[in-house]
Structure formats: structure tokens, C-alpha cells
Design a protein around this ligand. Structure first.
Ligand SMILES: *Cc1c(COP(=O)(O)O)cnc(C)c1O
Length: 491
């Protein structure tokens, strides 16, 4: 049965109504709103112009090559390495995977022996890289209070099978910038490549109005850097960049073959056929804004961030985690206060006042120390326009949450957690469970993936889900999350 075009579009418009608001500063994660409607219109027009193009072959579609050259040139200047080489990718995860792949392939170390050393706050994209390429990720514990890693702790994890060091500028969970200069010195001493993951905040830090410690490709020892245009480059999703200081290592990340009966394959990224729409959007926005435009937007971010961080520091029972230095930060309970505020109950209370913050579960590091549960805030240029309302919501929410316990995991999952603890159920048994059985466990716990997607955000109690993550063994959680999402997106 076919529908007329108008009906199709109006159906999609209706579906879009159930989405979280992408504009206006009401959601402080996932979306990066410049606040400039003109940029959105420009990105849409640019994307539409290249819509039929296949980015797979820039020799056939020269516009792709031209735009990539411009983006590489723009980024390498912004990140302190005017002669760096690089690749435009579909997003941060792809940039991080390619950074690991390039280091692995140019190291000469066999995969089943190779390891990558990174702070435990590094983005999960590096766990994905490790799983995908069959190597080990050594997650170095950070100081649980400052959330900073020490370069000497990183150095202590290096052995003859280490192929890459990774650190973040800034990291996602707490917004801290790792000590890039010190880790760079370790990299030089051990003659290892060193990747700086600036996917999140690179395009904000590059124009940050106050002094920052050295963090980019100009820092001795840093050999590659990733930064997402679809974050603080304000582009629609589908654009990131990976820069290398070493041409040979850059080339090592490519896949090329003429050893099949079809056309010669040269893939600089993990994809084959690829959209040029993300590239064109990012290119148009970078052209339109220029460095002055970026700097102006970053001034707004830094101003809003200052107001928010100061406000949290004045709220009794909450604390800002560590010493964040860029556009994102996180908030945890102040255990020294007479009455602490649970950060997840607080997030729920903030949500009922119109702003969506992102709950982050507790994390136990390799040395047994713990990063406490927290709530993440991504500050964007548009945040400045709502900062007064947001501060008021944050204060009122803290008053409403003070002294109350955090959200609880659903009872069946708490019972399951007890069964794991007592040894009545083993993690191996749980991981071997059939998908249909896993789904029935979720449904029994009230986490039903078959809810109407247009009602999902009401039906899904995120506080309870995060609380469940906190009590269950993490591999079991991963299996349940997989089951939930697979069932949620399947008819
Ligand atoms: C977002 C992010 C990534 C992964 O990027 P995606 O674009 O979501 O694939 C990697 N590192 C950090 C620090 C990030 O914030």
C-alpha cells in the first residue's frame, strides 16, 4: 500500500513530535545547539546539495575531496599542527576506532597480544575498538576525587605489547582534561604513539577564552587527535575528523585492495559507500563561522558554564566533580554536607522542571576505587539563553531531593543482583540466556521494550534503569541493554 508524499511527511512530522527537543537548550546531552537558526538552514541546504553523492570515491565526486581538504586544513590549524594529515569520518566512534587501528597496524604487534593504555574515564568507543580489533584496553584508574589520571600510572601499564596511549581533552564523564603534556612525555620516552580524544570538546577548547594546559597536537608526544564536527562544530550527526602528525601512521588506517574481481577499493574509513551530507554540513558551517564565529560561540558556552558551575557549588548537598575545564561537567552528591542530594533523584527533579540532564552510574575502577554516581551536563551556546531558568530549576530540584534516597532498581532486578552476589546465579549463566528469556526478565522488571516509541520517554523510568546498572554485574547489564534496544527497534 502506498501513501502520497504529503501523508508520508506528515506522518514523520508526527513521529518527530515525540522526540526530545533538539533546540532551545532543554536537553543537556546528545545535541549541540548553536542557537543560530541560520546555521541549521545552511547545513540543510549544503547536505541536500550533496545528497546523491557517494563519498566512497572522491576522484569521481571531486566536491568530497575539496570539502575534506578544507576541513582538514581548518582543523589542523585549530589544533596546532599546520602540517598534520587526516581523514573526515562519520563520527567520533569511527575516528577513535581508526586511531586504534592505525596504531595497531603500524606497530607490528600481533592482535591477540596488543594493548592500548588509557585512563578509566576514556570514552567507551575505545572499549568498542578493543572488542572489535581483538586487543586489550588497559583502563588506568584515575583519582576518584579529582578524576585525573597520573602520567606515571599510565607509564606503569605500558609493556612491550602496548601499541597506543590514549587520553581525553576533555573526557565525557567529568569534563576533566587529562595531563596531555605529561603523558606526551611518557609517549616520547617509550617511543609510542599518543592519541588525544578531543571528540567531545575539541572544537570548543580550541577557542576557550581562558588559559588551558597544553592539550592539542602542538603538545610534544601527541601523534593523533579526533574531534567531532557533530558536537561543538554544530553540524548534524555524521561528521568528525581524525588528524595524524605521521603520514605513514595515517595511511596505516586505510583499507585498500585490488584483490577481488570488482573495482579497486580504497577506504580511508570503516565504511564503504558513505554519505557526503555530514561532510558538506560541517564544511558549510566551518566556512560560514570561520574562527571568529567559533570563538564567539565558545564565549557564550564558557559564560553559561561558569554560571552553572558556580550555582552547583553553592547548592548544599551537591558538588561539581573534580576540576572540569571545558564545556561539560558533572555533579555528584556532596558527602561532606549534612544532607547530601542524590544526583539521580536531583536529575529526575530537574526533569520535572523542564530540563533533561544525563544520569551516569557509579563506576568501579581496576584498583577497586569508585567513581560515584553523577549527573552530566553538556553546555552549548544556546544554554546561555536559558541559564537563569536552569539555575532556578537546579536549586529547586535540590531542595526537593535533599535527604531522599536515589531511585531504586525494579524489585525483580534487585533480587537478581542478590542472586549474583550469593552465587545462586553465575554471570556466565546469565550471559548464556536466550534473547527471549532476557526480554522476559526485562518485561518482568517493568522495563518493557515493546512500549510505543512515541511514548517511550514517559514509559521508561531512566532513574530505575541506571539504578539497575548500579546493582547488576556490568556484563549482564550490557546483555540487557542490548536486548532492550534490539527489541525496542524491532517490530
Ligand atoms: C561523543 C564522544 C565520542 C564518540 O563519538 P560519537 O560521535 O558519539 O561516535 C568519543 N569520545 C568522546 C570523549 C565523546 O564525547
Amino acid at each position: 500500500m502506498s501513501s502520497d508524499a504529503e501523508a508520508v511527511i506528515s506522518e514523520l512530522r508526527r513521529l518527530r513530535e515525540s522526540d526530545a527537543p533538539t533546540h532551545g537548550g532543554r536537553i543537556l546531552s546528545y545535541v549541540y545547539d548553536s542557537g543560530l537558526a541560520e546555521l541549521d538552514a545552511l547545513a540543510a541546504e549544503a547536505a541536500d546539495l550533496v545528497r546523491p553523492v557517494n563519498g566512497l570515491d572522491p576522484t569521481v565526486f571531486g566536491s568530497v575531496a575539496a570539502m575534506e581538504r578544507d576541513l582538514i586544513s581548518f582543523a589542523r590549524t585549530a589544533f596546532g599542527a599546520p602540517s598534520a594529515v587526516g581523514t573526515v569520518t562519520s563520527g567520533g566512534t569511527e575516528s577513535c576506532l581508526l586511531a586504534v587501528l592505525a596504531a595497531l597496524k603500524s606497530s607490528g604487534v600481533e592482535r591477540n597480544r596488543a594493548n592500548v593504555v588509557a585512563p578509566s574515564t576514556v570514552h567507551a568507543a575505545f572499549s568498542k575498538a578493543a572488542e572489535t580489533f581483538g586487543i586489550e584496553l588497559r583502563r588506568v584508574p584515575v583519582d576518584p576525587t579529582t578524576t585525573e589520571v597520573s602520567a606515571s600510572a599510565m607509564a606503569a601499564c605500558i609493556d612491550d605489547a602496548t601499541v597506543l596511549l590514549v587520553a581525553s581533552a576533555p573526557n565525557y564523564p567529568t569534563g576533566a582534561i587529562d595531563p596531555i603534556a605529561e603523558i606526551g612525555a611518557v609517549a616520547l620516552e617509550h617511543d609510542l604513539p599518543f592519541h588525544v580524544d578531543a571528540c567531545l570538546g575539541g572544537f570548543a577548547l580550541a577557542w576557550w577564552p581562558t588559559d588551558l594546559p597544553s592539550w592539542d597536537l602542538a603538545t610534544p608526544g601527541v601523534t593523533s587527535l579526533s574531534a567531532d564536527f557533530h558536537k561543538y562544530g554544530y553540524s548534524p550527526k555524521g561528521a568528525s575528523i581524525l588528524l595524524h602528525t605521521d603520514r605513514n601512521r595515517h595511511r596505516a588506517g586505510f583499507f585498500a585492495t585490488a584483490d577481488w574481481p570488482g573495482y579497486p577499493i580504497v577506504n580511508p574509513t570503516l565504511l564503504g559507500s558513505r554519505s557526503a551530507m555530514g561532510t558538506a554540513s560541517a564544511w558549510a558551517i566551518a566556512r560560514r563561522l570561520g574562527t571568529d564565529g567559533f570563538a564567539a560561540l565558545v564565549t557564550d558556552i564558557a559564560a553559561a558554564r561558569e554560571v552553572l558551575v558556580d550555582a552547583v557549588r553553592e547548592i548544599d548537598g551537591l558538588r561539581v566533580v573534580g576540576s572540569p575545564q571545558g564545556p561539560v561537567f558533572s555533579v555528584a552528591a556532596d558527602l561532606d554536607a549534612a544532607t547530601a542530594v542524590d544526583p539521580h533523584r536531583w536529575a529526575d527533579e530537574v526533569a520535572s522542571r523542564g530540563f533533561t540532564l544525563q544520569a551516569q552510574p557509579r563506576y568501579t575502577q581496576a584498583d577497586g576505587s569508585e567513581l560515584r554516581p553523577s549527573t552530566h551536563l553538556t553546555v552549548t551556546p544556546v544554554t546561555r539563553t536559558v541559564v537563569g531558568d536552569l539555575v532556578a530549576a537546579m536549586r529547586e530540584a535540590a531542595d526537593a531531593a535533599r535527604g531522599l534516597p536515589g531511585p531504586e532498581a525494579p524489585a525483580p532486578l534487585r533480587e537478581l543482583a542478590t542472586a549474583f552476589e550469593s552465587g545462586a546465579v553465575s554471570v556466565a549463566d546469565a550471559l548464556a540466556l536466550d534473547s527471549a528469556v532476557t526480554e522476559s526478565v526485562l518485561v518482568g522488571a517493568g522495563i518493557d521494550p515493546h512500549t510505543d516509541p512515541s511514548q517511550a520517554s514517559d514509559a521508561l523510568d531512566i532513574g530505575a534503569v541506571i539504578a539497575a546498572i548500579d546493582v547488576l554485574p556490568r556484563p549482564v547489564t550490557a546483555k540487557m541493554l542490548t536486548e532492550f534496544l534490539a527489541a525496542f527497534t524491532n517490530p
